[in-house]
Design a binder for this molecule. Structure first.
Ligand code: FES
Length: 353
């Protein structure tokens, strides 16, 4: 164990703990931008700098491990000034059309600039830019280089959290460039369109295109379980004016703030689809056409047919396969029905294939 003092608070933490983790464990907030716990610790933004007694340079709290006897000040004048300068420099290379940015109101850079009173960059226009146009060929995702702060959260998310390595970072002289595979050729890349990079982008550089249809303050979040398979990923449905407009990954035990492409982009459009079947349909014997029926009519008909088969051919003539999109409770009820009503043990779940 290591003994450390942060903002006058003495604490004992495991060796290898970073200053940021130690501070957070004690309820002390240190701002971060590039840091993503367990995924990204490149230490590129420098907004988490703190003052450590006896050290001339200000270390980045996110990737500096604590040392025995360390005394840290998180809000000293030097640390706060350095943070403001870091934000000032980030803004120098950031297009500030916040009104038209889909992340307006949900931008971590915007929040920190507001918190630290940084409104303008003193270096605006002084820095040479590489003109890289927006990448918009993907149906769900877009990349706007002029909003990118090169924090590499997207790169690390794609490589370490989803294991794809579809987004890469390269250096051209003094410039860093993110290669986001969202062009017309996106199908030929390693990108699986999961959108985890967009959720972890702290600005509006990588976004889901549907984000343009709402502002963060207009939506309410409803925690639910993804319906697409039996993994049970937790997610929030974002609801505006009674309609689902987007999905965000929640920190569930099986998904840890990640979703696949189905969970993120195929979980809500069907809810209001005019093609959705909303009532049971029973085929009219005379016309051969399907006609709307009540649930009682449909269930009575199905029960009668199953009973006929069981009585004439025996229970083994019937089987019940549960859909893996069903809940455990529904799957339990299905096997119960097969065993008791069908009098058969022919029951399984399609997830096993
Ligand atoms: Fe520590 Fe970016 S959060 S350097």
């Amino acid at each position: 164990m290591i003994h450390v003092t942060i903002d006058g608070m003495q604490m004992e933490v495991q060796e290898g703990t970073t200053i940021l983790q130690a501070a957070r464990g004690a309820g002390i907030n240190i701002p971060t931008l590039c840091d993503l716990e367990g995924i990204n610790d490149v230490g590129s933004c420098r907004v988490c700098v703190v003052e450590v007694e006896g050290r001339e340079k200000l270390p980045t709290a996110c990737n500096t491990p604590v040392e025995e006897g360390m005394v840290v000040q998180t809000m000293s004048e030097r640390a706060v000034d350095a943070r403001k300068m870091a934000l000032n420099l980030l803004l120098s290379n950031h297009h500030r059309g916040c009104f038209s940015c889909p992340s307006n109101g949900a931008c971590e850079l915007q929040d920190l600039c507001y918190q630290y009173g940084v409104e303008e960059s003193s270096f605006a226009g002084a820095r040479k830019q590489i003109e890289t146009p927006p990448v918009e060929g993907h149906p769900f995702l877009s990349y706007h280089p002029e909003l990118c702060i090169h924090c590499e959260r997207c790169v690390s998310t794609c490589a370490k959290a989803t294991g794809r390595e579809a987004i890469t970072f390269r250096k051209t002289g003094m410039f860093g460039i993110i290669n986001a595979p969202f062009g017309e050729d996106y199908k030929d890349t390693l990108c699986e369109s999961c959108g985890n990079c967009a959720q972890n982008c702290p600005t509006g550089a990588i976004t889901e295109k549907r984000k343009k249809k709402y502002r963060s303050w207009e939506v309410s979040r409803v925690l639910t379980t993804c319906p697409h398979c039996a993994v049970g990923c937790q997610m929030y449905l974002l609801v505006k004016d009674g309609k689902i407009v987007d999905v965000e990954a929640a920190d569930g035990p099986s998904n840890h703030k990640l979703l696949c492409v189905k969970g993120r982009s195929a979980s809500f459009d069907f809810v209001d689809s005019p093609r959705r079947i909303r009532t049971p349909l029973v085929k009219n014997k005379e016309t051969g056409e399907f006609e709307e029926a009540t649930w009682d009519e449909a269930l009575d008909l199905v029960a009668e047919k199953f009973t006929d088969i069981r009585d004439s051919l025996g229970g083994d003539a019937l089987a019940g396969f549960a859909c893996s999109r069903s809940t455990n409770e529904d799957i339990y009820m299905l096997q119960k029905m097969v065993r008791t009503a069908f009098q058969s043990n022919n029951t399984d779940n399609c997830a096993r294939v």
